[in-house]
Design a protein around this ligand. Sequence first.
Ligand SMILES: [Zn+2]
Ligand SMILES: [Zn+2]
Length: 334
Amino acid sequence: MSRAPDWISAEPHGIHLGPADCWIDPSKPVSHALVTHGHADHARGGHGETIATAETLAIMELRYDTREGARPLAYGETVPLGGGIEATFLPAGHVLGSAQILLERAGERVVVTGDYKRRPDPTCPPFEPVPCDILITEATFGLPVFTHPPIGEEIGKLLAALRDHPGPCVLVGAYALGKAQRVIAELRGAGHTEPIYIHGALEKMCRLYESFGVDLGELRLVSDHAKDEMRGAVVVCPPSALNDRWSRRLPEPVTAMASGWMRVRQRARQRNVELPLIISDHADWGELTRTIEEVDPAETWITHGREEALLRWCQLNQRRARALALVGYDDEDD
Ligand SMILES: [Zn+2]
Ligand SMILES: [Zn+2]
């Protein structure tokens, strides 16, 4: 492939497929949208038609209270979009329902990773590297300093804190979509069978995960239980509740937070986190670079994070690459 296909372009509000009049993860309402996953900066309401996995559509329905124009697509299923373009959704390993999107037209292949990771996650199928001409990759943790430790080590730290402090509880801040359920499922996998207490803001998303077959064990709502019942237990809440009045109802919590940003000490201090857990749903530097090597695209487009370092890495490795300037993405879903 000597030049980029003319049927796909990066506009400020998303990736645009001109001949199909279709957008990927647009940050403004459009008539035809393809949505990679349910995080708020990718999945916005108000589109005329939304093509996404059934899981992502259910998450969007939970958040926006509408199913209008919803068109479910299973992993591996291909749909014609118009203008000779076909789309296939493939697992991205990021959160429940998350997908990469393979776009094909007249033999040209483009893959949009959306957010992704390569580490195992009991709540969603693993990322599959897909050969293509253009790889459009995220770069949330696109700096060499970001190496995520094995999740088993971080869950081990959480269980050790529980053993060392039998009187209070361990309060874990985790994003409501994906991180909270992954931490709970990993605790179950590590043999933690006791009830886990959750903040009310996590309840519906946990139930949605369960409805798609993810086993989270016994969950109890903090609001239904007395302080003393929660001694020695794991309590999970959204990060915003960590330093909130709400946490006063808990027995002297040891404060933890599960996020890729916990690699940065200052970020842990900002949130008064005593037990930083480096648990991320995004690819770290090693995963980002390994994926580019494995997929081996003719050109890499980089978006959504720290583009410069990955761009430089591509140049140093004689790989064609460009940084996209898309607006409206944030790192709320780390
Ligand atoms: Zn995400
Ligand atoms: Zn994202």
